[in-house]
Design a protein around this ligand. Structure first.
Ligand code: RIB
Length: 308
């Protein structure tokens, strides 16, 4: 028996968001909208997205002992996420400086703060959460050694019981150890992340997402999902590659849409969906998330997804 459909191990940031007509170039100043402060962070976003859809979700993360940390904890609890694994203190809460342009595209700079203090020791101390989850979802706004510790624990299993299935979105991208790559089922990447991971070979300069998916699979993950924004997502495993189209929706703000996609995908895998079915559901969640401003504030509930 598992207590959680999904455990998210990752970052929690306060998102400081300004709308701009265009982004400044180097040495340039532009004026923007009033500042908005939202709960964000790729890990916290995934947890809220899944919980809002109905998943039994826990978050393992670290925030500072400050107002932003309290904002993030409140947002998780309101969505129904179990926050027993959210550690407090060690550094100020992570902050993301975000600009959003009129097309809804964003640029993000993250100051990791407390996220950088989420250590392998913290994972070992919270191993109970890993034993209780069907799926564990990871990103890279926490130390890579911490991600590797989660993967080691998950792949070792617990006596005669397998550990949780590992979903990884390598964002922001970094070189990945072989054992981490091999555990991913799936590795979830967007175009930037795919190109980064493949930058040491010819596939990195290809324009064809199928080439990326095939090249990424050859590096060891059990399956790969390449997200393609408004085009949908490509699902690839040893047997086949399938394009799952998205829905045409008005785009207001893409911030956090990838996190909503991955949180939804990981949850559906935890329920036992096949990967392709889970992606079909997740593209609808991602589509809904771009129609509203903000990250967590834009995530749909199950009724909204069904109505799309
Ligand atoms: O993916 C969007 C998220 O990236 C934002 O919420 C921001 O905090 C950064 O982590």
């Amino acid at each position: 028996m598992h207590d959680y459909d999904l455990l998210v191990v990752g970052s929690a940031n306060a998102d400081l968001v300004i709308g701009v007509d265009r982004r400044p170039g180097s040495g340039e100043t532009v004026l923007g909208s009033d500042l908005a402060v939202h709960p964000g962070g790729k890990g916290a976003n995934q947890a809220v997205a899944a919980a809002r859809l109905g998943a039994r979700t826990a978050l393992l993360a670290r925030v500072g002992e400050d107002d932003y940390g309290r904002l993030l904890l409140d947002s998780q609890r309101t969505a129904g996420v179990d926050t027993a694994g959210v550690l407090v203190g060690g550094a100020p809460t992570g902050v993301a400086l975000i600009t959003v342009d009129p097309s809804g595209d964003n640029s993000i700079v993250v100051s990791l703060g407390a996220n950088a203090r989420l250590s392998p020791g913290d994972i070992r101390a919270s191993a109970r959460l890993l034993t209780a989850a069907r799926v564990v979802s990871l990103q890279l706004e926490i130390p890579l050694e911490t991600v590797a510790e989660v993967v080691r624990t998950a792949t070792a299993g617990f006596g005669d019981r397998p550990g949780p299935r590992v979903v990884l979105n390598p964002s922001p991208p970094a070189p990945l150890p072989t054992d981490v790559l091999a555990a991913c089922d799936p590795l979830v990447v967007n175009e930037h992340e795919a190109r980064f991971l493949l930058s040491d070979g010819p596939a990195g300069s290809s324009e064809d997402p199928e080439v990326w998916a095939e090249a990424l699979l050859s590096r060891g993950p059990r399956s790969v999902v390449v997200t393609l924004g408004g085009e949908g997502a490509l699902v690839a495993d040893r047997d086949r590659t399938v394009l799952v189209p998205s829905l045409a929706v008005p785009v207001v703000d893409t911030t956090g849409a990838g996190d909503a996609f991955t949180g939804a995908l990981a949850w559906r895998l935890g329920l036992g969906d096949e990967l392709e079915d889970a992606v079909r559901f997740a593209v609808r969640v991602g589509a809904a998330a771009v129609t509203r401003a903000g990250a967590q504030a834009s995530f749909p509930d199950a009724g909204e997804v069904a109505a799309l």
